[in-house]
Design a protein around this ligand. Sequence first.
Ligand code: OGA
Ligand code: NI
Length: 218
Amino acid sequence: MTNNYLNPNKSIENRFDGVADALASEGYVIIDNFLSSEEVELLLSVLKHYIESDRLKKAGIGTAYQYQVNREVRGDYIKWVEPSQALPPTQTFIDYLKDLIAYLNRTCFLGLKDFEVHYTMYPKGTYYDKHIDRFKLNDARVISMVTYLNKDWKEGDGGELILYPEDKPAISIQPTSGRMICFRSDSIEHEVLTTNTERYSITGWLLNQISELTFINQ
Ligand code: OGA
Ligand code: NI
C-alpha cells in the first residue's frame, strides 16, 4: 500500500496526520477507520430513516456536465444536510468536517470557509460516470470527501470508487465501512462503478466560499 492509506489514531490532534502532505503530493488520501463502527451504525440509521420516510431525492447533474450521453450519468439518491437541523450523529460528523477544515487551513493555507454535505444512496445497478466535482460556473469546491457506510461490503458487491490522478495509473477504492476518501475537487477525475448492492455514504465538499445551498424544497 502507498502512504495514501492512513490509519490514524483517533485523537483530534492527529486524526488528520499526513492528510495535508498526501493531498499536496498526490491529490488524494484514503483514511481507514475514520469512523468507528458505532459511528457508522448511527449515521447509517439516520440515512435509513431518510430512505424509509422517502426523504431522498434523485441527484441532479450540475452545470459542470455539459456533455450529453445516451445513458444516465449518475444513479444516486441524496439528502442534503442542513447543518442547523442536523441530528446528533450527523452533528458529530459535521464536527469532524470542521476539524478537517481547520487542519487544512492551518497546514495548507487553503482558505476554506464552509462545507456542504449530503447522505447518499446508490440503488443496486447504479453508478456515477467519470467526472470532476467542480461546476463549470462555480469554483467553490476545493476538497471532496466521501465516507462509506457499507457495513458488510465484500468483493463482488461493486460500487468501487475509481480515481484518475493526473499522469498516474487509476486507483480502485473499495467503499468499505468507516473508510474516508479526500481528494482535490478541481483536478481528480473519478467514477463510481456499478454497485451490485445498495451503497451508502455521506459525501461532503470543503468550499472556498460560503455555501449557496438554501435548503428550500430539500
Ligand atoms: C460524487 C462522487 C464518489 C463516491 O458524489 O460526486 O463522486 O465514492 N462520489 O461515492
Ligand atoms: Ni464526484
